[in-house]
Design a protein around this ligand. Structure first.
Ligand code: IPM
Ligand code: MN
Length: 345
């Protein structure tokens, strides 16, 4: 996150961007000291006082059941009703994809993961825990409203970005009730979007297809759990979790940007974590705030680093976290077109 903030600091000097931010510590140290993950006052402030939230990776092995990370991340997704989890998975440099697309075209899939219900809704519980008669239940909650709004978001995105294919992913052959709802709504919304090829697929087939023809799918819309799993697969096919950024959005209301990866405790303190996912979150944030031109410059700076083989060990490089952040910041500082640009004209 330090490197993402370094990029924000560079961009804050741009006369066409009005960026101001506060830095908050919601880290595990604070939680272990105080027992507070995020207070109600903090939550209200995040909801009321800011246009966007940039959240660092969470997770600390000293908090074994992950309560802290879950409470903050899932808490914000649910309480702010951030129903769109947008996860772009695109190959930014062919060197980093473990796959070679047969057609030579690069993977560029935009996942629309439902972010407020499904198996994450917390409906369920356990009985007779610790005995041989233990029962554990977690319901898969799918509402018409919830399904419709994420499917609409995916089609809206496809239409506004000139994408011609939207794929809905479910498991209707085994989970009939949610499958029927998702398929019916998908067909309804697809019928309003002539010219966009709409197809439903089972999640197992999609997992296979993403590997078999990574360049085929364009916009994928799916449930919370399937989206969680497929977006990790998509991320690794596109170059690794170190480069995967995501947006959690309730359009017109709230937005939170976070890297898809966790906190990588296995390499903590070594200074080798890839900052690109966090930096690409800054790009998503800028785009959300309406500064698409600045977002493109950030993406281009990351791509320039990849082109120059400036990368952390996960990308086969030898640079440290700070080296990569500084390289990208310097590239932005030297980007003439960025500094001459004032608007999206
Ligand atoms: C993600 C993460 C979270 C999720 C975890 C940390 C609860 O894996 O953002 O993809 O499952 O949504
Ligand atoms: Mn995940």
């Amino acid at each position: 996150m330090g490197e993402a903030v370094r990029i924000l600091r560079v961009l804050a000097q741009h006369p066409g961007l009005e960026l101001e931010w506060d830095e908050w510590d919601l880290g595990a140290d604070r939680f272990l000291e105080t027992g507070v993950t995020i207070s109600d006052r903090e939550f209200r402030s995040l909801a009321d006082d800011y246009d966007a939230i940039l959240l660092g990776a969470l997770g600390d092995p000293r908090v074994p059941d992950n309560e802290h990370a879950r409470d903050i991340l899932l808490g914000l997704r649910f309480r702010l009703d951030l129903y769109v989890n947008y996860r772009p998975c695109l190959v930014r440099h062919p060197r980093h994809s473990p796959l070679r697309s047969p057609a030579g075209a690069a993977m560029d899939v935009r996942f629309f993961r439902e972010n407020t219900e499904g198996s994450y809704a917390g409906v369920g519980g356990a009985l007779r825990q610790g005995t041989p008669d233990e029962v554990a239940i977690q319901e898969d909650v799918n509402t018409y409203r919830g399904v419709e709004r994420i499917i609409r978001a995916a089609f809206h995105y496809a239409r506004s970005r000139g994408r011609r294919r939207v794929t809905m992913v479910d498991k209707a052959n085994a989970m009939a009730a949610p499958g029927a709802l998702w398929r019916r709504v998908f067909e309804e919304v697809a019928a309003e979007h002539a010219g966009i090829e709409a197809r439903a697929m089972y999640v197992d087939a999609m997992a296979m297809d993403l590997v078999r023809r990574p360049d085929h799918h364009q916009v994928v819309v799916t449930s919370n759990l399937f989206g969680d799993i497929l977006s990790d697969l998509g991320a690794v096919l596109a170059g690794g979790l170190g480069m995967a950024a995501s947006a959690n959005v309730h359009p017109g209301q709230h937005a939170l940007f976070e890297p898809v990866h966790g906190s990588a405790p296995d390499i903590a303190g070594r200074g080798t974590a890839n900052p690109m996912a966090a930096i690409l979150c800054v790009a998503l944030l800028l785009e959300h705030l309406g500064w698409t031109w600045a977002a493109r410059s950030v993406e281009a700076a990351v791509e320039a680093a990849l082109e120059d083989e400036v990368g952390t060990p996960d990308l086969g490089g030898e640079a440290g976290t700070v080296d990569v952040g500084r390289w990208i910041a310097d590239h932005l500082t030297d980007d003439q077109a960025l500094w001459e640009r004032q608007t999206d004209e």
